[in-house]
Write a protein that binds this ligand. Structure first.
Ligand code: GRF
Length: 201
């Protein structure tokens, strides 16, 4: 049976687009039930509209506190009741209450080879550190920052003269491959979490 997924995104949504394309071409056996965004100006909203995906705007700026915002987000996510929640450039750290509500049902993409360079500006961190290889990581979300069990990684060379943008663009190309691939594996029931490890069946 087809899985139901929901995507959380805060910005341009190129990873969201890669997921939409993979669903439409039949690569991912899923239906996208909603885009949830905290940013009413996110370009991801246009992408959802073009693909006839319902949009839920939960505008962070209109809430009196993070707690109240997260309460609204949690109830929206619970109401959707999907098989998988996808963080595709969702730029807020989710509180433990939300993460604990959906164990093994939330995936994130991070633009570095975890556990290196967690948090914001991972590509800049990689350039500044001087690593020769970076890449992207798709992982399940747990309560740690970018620290959940790893599903897929892809390495990308760091080339002399790279800056944050050039490296980000090189990595992004592979994000658009790895994220749909990991989601496909999930939707085919081929991922099993065993402690820190994700087995691909
Ligand atoms: C990507 O680099 C992703 O790895 C990171 O945020 C960026 C989102 O880009 N988490 P986009 O909105 O999917 O284009």
């Amino acid at each position: 049976m087809k899985k139901r997924i929901a995507v959380l995104a805060s910005g341009r949504g190129s990873n969201f687009q890669a997921v939409i394309d993979a669903i439409q071409s039949g690569k991912i056996p899923a239906e996208c039930a909603a885009l949830i965004t905290d940013n009413p100006k996110a370009y991801a909203i246009e992408r959802a509209k073009k693909a006839a995906i319902p949009v839920r705007i939960i505008d962070y700026a209109t809430f009196p506190s993070r707690e109240v915002y997260e309460k609204a987000l949690l109830s929206s996510m619970q109401e959707l009741d999907v098989d998988l929640y996808i963080l595709a450039g969702y730029m807020r750290i989710l509180g433990a209450g939300i993460v604990r509500s959906f164990p093994g049902k939330m995936m994130n993409i991070h633009p570095a080879l975890l556990p290196s360079f967690t948090g914001l500006h991972a590509q800049r961190q990689a350039v500044d550190y001087g690593v020769k290889v970076s890449g992207c990581t798709v992982h399940f979300v747990d309560e740690s920052l970018d620290g959940g069990p790893i599903i897929l990684q892809h390495a990308v060379p760091v080339i002399e003269g790279d800056d944050e943008d050039s490296l980000a663009n090189r990595i992004l190309e592979y994000e658009h491959v790895c994220f749909p691939e990991a989601i496909r594996l999930f939707c085919e029931d081929r991922l099993e979490i065993v402690g820190r490890h994700v087995r691909v069946r």
